[in-house]
Design a protein around this ligand. Sequence first.
Ligand SMILES: O=P(O)(O)O[C@H]1O[C@H](CO)[C@@H](O)[C@H]1O
Ligand code: HPA
Length: 288
Amino acid sequence: MCSHCSSEKQNLYEHVQEAVAFLKNNISKVPTVGIICGSGLGSIADTLINPIFIRYEEVPHFPVAKVDGHEGRIVVGELNRRFAICMQGRAHYHDGYPLWKCTIPVRVMQGLGITHLIITNAVGAINPNYEVGDILIVKDHLDLMGLTGTSPISGLDDDRLGPKFLTVTDAYDKEMIKVAKLTAEKLGITDIVREGALTCVGGPCFETVTECRMLRLLGVDAVGMSNVPEVIVARHCGLTVLSFCLVTNMGNLDHESCEAISHASVIDVGARRSEVIKKFVEGIVQNI
Ligand SMILES: O=P(O)(O)O[C@H]1O[C@H](CO)[C@@H](O)[C@H]1O
Ligand code: HPA
């Protein structure tokens, strides 16, 4: 790690407080719900009434989103009689940020007052029974990055940020999952809603056939390049979490039928599902 990054990491708590103080000066009310929008899912923020926009570049110590389809701004506003804060886009590990930095927005939202966080992302399906356009409610994860030594909470050594060791077997809140499933029933979309296990890889390469086959053997249903580190940090700072993914492509499990995956098609699937996803999030927020 460069000396600049390590001093930034050592001062993470103070930097989060600075970002929180900046945002408190720009936001009139305390948000209670946070939402992180994945690739192509930024339209979730359109559901906020009387929105205020703040670009990530303006917020001290915030990591800046670098990927197309990630607007890179905070949107705050009313959502179903709640005051919500939405991250319209995120920074990724493959953008060149360490995971403790990618996840600063989670800590900042917690510092502002949210209790519940909805984390979304785009994923490739590893479960061959899934289809493009499905919504996957995450009930567990395989933290491949953490298992191999890259956790967003390693080496923080600061009790103010959270405990050194963390249990994440209960990370995916059962009540929130129940609310999400009930919302799917009310919307009549249970045929496209799945429940399963997610893994996060470093990217930015989409997985090869051999990698997808390995992930299938390891028992995961979908693979993405985000979400899991944010869930870990959200639990590290005591938030109640719901995580769901949009299946934007099938993982390639077979050399013969192997198809190229592009970021443009990932965004396109998000756009095509945007009305359903917006109603899904609105319904969930109404019932938490
Ligand atoms: O995880 P989100 O932000 O949805 O973005 C996903 O989309 C991109 C690939 O198309 C990758 O950045 C992957 O992580
Ligand atoms: O197939 C994928 N793999 C990893 N991340 C992704 N994000 C969208 N699709 C994918």
